[in-house]
Design a protein around this ligand. Structure first.
Ligand code: NAD
Ligand code: LMR
Length: 327
């Protein structure tokens, strides 16, 4: 068997991680032939709870789980890892926007970014989950110039999966029938779920649903789903977020199926006129551990306007955290 892949996970005693770690240990990111080593990071007061999580991981006797490190030292957790999942951050409560978390959570990403810069591998694959995810990834990138900036991504796969599920429900199909969904922009209420290119069993989704549904129901339902879960559950999505992270990483590493793509918030290279350097969600194809932004899609004026509004929100979030951006 090959050398274990080392995965750092922050906020490992929190609720998302309780739904995520066991699946990673079972092989859901790197596949059934690849051993993994988990580097679990928590703040000091949560180490007791994290030890309990490690006990449960041990008790599962996962054949692919090589070893588990439990630590409150980010230098130990992030040391030369192959992948780093930045989950640890405050979640929002009812009535809040994700951007309300910037002041508290942004600092976590500047300090962990600086440490990743010192001890991390330059090609470490990063997925930022803690909210506001795109801007936290932007902060992390700015503080970690030694890390390949293309490898610093944020999670919009949960939104992508929510969008597929809504379209499947509306068209009386299954999620497996749906390809080419897109989420553009920020993981916030300005995100742009877009069915323009989606197919359902090979047929154009836009021919199967009313324009009014696509514009006035589908988009807000997906964009506000996080808040709907918080209102129903009292706390933010956990199992579906964990599943989104696993899908994000597994697709990045193992590839998108032929004819399909996924959505990831990645470094903008200026595609679709979006400011270079922002962490913005695009449709991407993945192959051999690399992603490529899907190019040359025709974007309608309706969607374009929303894409620009989401870009504007990201610019404003970036300006709010200027003190966390070196140089
Ligand atoms: P949680 O409160 O259950 O767990 C967060 C954990 O992070 C806690 O155990 C806490 O001790 C730990 N932590 C805090 N600061 C840390 C630090 N500096 N280093 C290491 N660990 C630290 O929260 P949760 O429900 O697991 O959510 C975590 C984050 O993920 C929140 O910000 C939430 O809003 C976000 N989230 C994002 C998405 C997405 O799609 N991008 C989806 C769901 C949740
Ligand atoms: C989600 O989309 O469920 C998460 O970002 C949590 C939240 O605050 O909405």
């Amino acid at each position: 068997m090959s050398q274990p892949k080392r995965i750092a996970i922050t906020g490992a005693a929190g609720q998302i991680c309780y739904s995520m770690l066991f699946r990673i240990a079972a092989g859901d990111i790197y596949g059934p032939d690849q051993p993994v080593s988990l580097h679990l990071l928590e703040i000091t007061p949560a180490l007791g709870m994290l030890e309990a999580v490690k006990m449960e991981l041990d008790d599962c006797a996962f054949p692919l789980l090589n070893d588990v490190i439990v630590t409150d030292d980010p230098r130990v957790a992030l040391d030369k890892v192959d992948a780093a999942l930045f989950v640890g951050a405050k979640p929002r409560g009812p009535g809040m926007e994700r951007s309300d978390l910037i002041t508290d959570n942004g600092k976590i990403f500047s300090s962990l970014g600086a440490i990743l810069n010192e001890v991390g591998s330059p090609d470490c694959k990063v997925c930022v989950v803690g909210n506001p995810a795109n801007t936290n990834a932007y902060i992390l990138k700015a503080n970690a110039p030694n890390i390949n900036p293309r490898n610093i991504t944020a999670l919009t796969r949960l939104d992508h999966n929510r969008a597929i599920s809504q379209l499947a429900g509306k068209t009386g199909s299954t999620v497996a029938d749906i390809n080419r969904m897109v989420i553009w922009g920020n993981h916030s209420t300005t995100q742009v779920p877009d069915i323009s290119y989606a197919t359902v069993n090979g047929k154009a989704a836009s021919d199967m649903v009313d324009k009014a549904w696509a514009q006035e129901e589908f988009i807000p339902t997906v964009a506000k789903r996080g808040a709907a879960v918080i209102n129903a559950r009292g706390s933010s999505s956990a199992a579906s977020a964990a599943n989104g992270v696993i899908d994000h990483m597994a697709t990045w590493i193992q590839g998108t199926p032929a004819g399909d793509w996924t959505s990831m918030a990645v470094l903008s290279d200026g595609s679709y006129g979006i400011d270079e350097g922002l962490i913005y969600s695009f449709p991407v194809e993945c192959k051999d551990g690399e992603y490529t932004i899907v190019s040359d899609l025709d974007v309608s004026d309706f969607i374009r306007e929303k894409m620009l509004a989401s870009q504007q929100e990201l610019r404003e979030e970036r300006d709010t955290v200027a003190d966390l951006l070196p140089g």
